[in-house]
Design a protein around this ligand. Structure first.
Ligand code: ADP
Ligand code: ASP
Ligand code: MG
Length: 403
């Protein structure tokens, strides 16, 4: 008998029929002799709706109240699934993050899970009751409701699986698994049967929203195998696991496109040590180019954070007597990811040449050991992703690493 954590995303619980479909899957898994713990997201569109309401009430809402509000979608779907299971004669009980005690820090809207208590979950499992856990939410030490960032139900799923030492965390979504690039964007995308934690982390951080990055960090840390699959069919999906020799040695494993970032440029700041850290400490992907003893600094932030970021940056810019602060939301970040590119020269130039071949101007570049990202004008984002997918042979299994 195995213990299986099943996380169902927004589309999978999007209406009552789909919730019934989920209940049938849960029932089947249990009938096969497994213990099941379910984690659910809000019904699709619900979190967005709640966020819009908050923004109508206040341009930059207080984040404690924001979390209280946007966490409610999961409460509704968890209770609905528990009711549906009960209607089928299967004992089930919904649990909020605070009821289980999914303890987080107090970073409202982006909280990190610190501990998951298992007492209530184990008691329910032992009594033959299926626990249905709200994803995305937790509680801090002071008892405030917190949320884990967009897509955070994945992280709840993996954290619950880690705490219970489950055999697997199944992530049920609206695609069949993790693809070489977003299959809704590029019809040639190929499903990967396996991907390493490290590659998946890069893909997630660069815009492949199929898994929240923190869920993969958790899975790697606690060695939880993740199986990403569709809730609409029985096909095997993608296993996210530790890297091993059997994994294909391709140069580039995937291409990602992130349209949710904005570029901020602070021009005319003094070009001397210490300035960058003052401005950028909380922000990634900073770049710096200099002329005439004054420098321009450019970085990207999630579009959702642009108002807050500009407020903070303008304060610092004023104190440094910088020339001006500019924001550009009309950008996209396209990236290639692959453990195979470690110490393999030529990958970057192949990428830049391919983009140049389509007359796509590169506005920013950033790299790590296993990824290269380029910021381009938003209108070229999808074309860039498709071109790179093709150039690195991903529709045919990927260009092999010559050793
Ligand atoms: P859920 O609501 O189930 O959590 P999400 O919308 O968060 O689902 O994530 C699934 C979506 O991720 C897919 O519909 C797909 O468009 C997108 N996606 C982006 N990149 C990839 C990729 N490389 N492989 C699979 N899906 C991807
Ligand atoms: N409902 C939350 C969101 O839309 C969490 C999730 O779906 O994982 O971001
Ligand atoms: Mg998601």
């Amino acid at each position: 008998m195995a213990l299986i954590v099943q996380k169902y995303g927004g589309t999978s619980v999007g209406d009552i029929d789909r919730i019934r479909n989920v209940a049938n899957r849960v029932a089947k898994t249990r009938k096969e002799g497994n213990d099941v713990v379910v984690v659910v997201s809000a019904m699709s569109g619900e979190t967005d709706r709640l966020i819009r309401l908050a923004q109508q009430a206040h341009e930059t809402p207080d984040l404690r109240e924001y979390d209280s509000l946007i966490s409610t979608g999961e409460q509704a779907s968890a209770a609905l699934l528990a009711i549906t299971l009960q209607s089928m004669g299967i004992p089930a009980r919904s649990f909020l993050g605070s009821q289980i005690r999914i303890l987080t820090d107090s970073a409202f809207s982006l909280a990190r899970i610190q501990d998951v208590e298992t007492k209530h979950l184990r008691r329910a499992i032992k009594a033959g009751v299926i626990p249905v856990v709200t994803g995305f939410q937790g509680v801090d030490r002071a008892g405030n409701i917190t949320t884990l960032g967009r897509g955070g139900s994945d992280t709840t799923g993996v954290a619950v699986a880690a705490a219970l030492k489950a055999h697997v965390c199944e992530i049920y979504t609206d695609v069949d698994g993790v693809y070489t690039t977003d299959p809704n964007l590029c019809p040639e995308a190929r499903k990967l049967s396996r991907i390493s934690y490290d590659e998946m982390m890069e893909m997630a951080s660069l815009g492949a929203k199929v898994l929240q990055i923190r869920s993969v960090e958790f899975a790697k840390k606690y060695n939880v195998p993740i199986h990403v699959r569709s809730s609409f069919n029985d096909r095997s999906g993608t296993w996210v696991v530790k890297e091993d020799e059997k994994m294909e040695k391709v140069l580039v494993s995937g291409v990602t496109l992130n349209k949710n970032e904005a570029r901020v440029t602070i021009s005319g700041v003094p070009d001397k040590p210490g300035i960058a850290s003052k401005i950028f400490t909380p922000i990634s992907d900073a770049q710096n180019s200099s002329a005439d003893g004054l420098a321009d600094m450019t970085f990207t932030v999630p579009k959702a954070d642009i108002k807050r970021a500009l407020r903070l940056v303008k304060k610092t810019a004023d104190s440094l007597q910088a020339r001006e602060v500019l924001a550009d939301e009309n950008i996209a970040k396209v990236s290639i990811v692959g453990a195979g590119m470690v110490s393999h020269s030529g990958v970057a130039s192949k990428m830049f040449t391919a983009l140049a071949g389509e007359n796509i101007n590169i506005l920013m570049i950033s790299t790590s050991e296993i990824k290269i990202s380029c910021v381009v004008e938003a209108k070229y984002g999808e074309l860039a992703a498709r071109v790179l997918h093709k150039v690195f042979g991903l529709e045919k299994g990927g260009l092999k690493k010559e050793s």
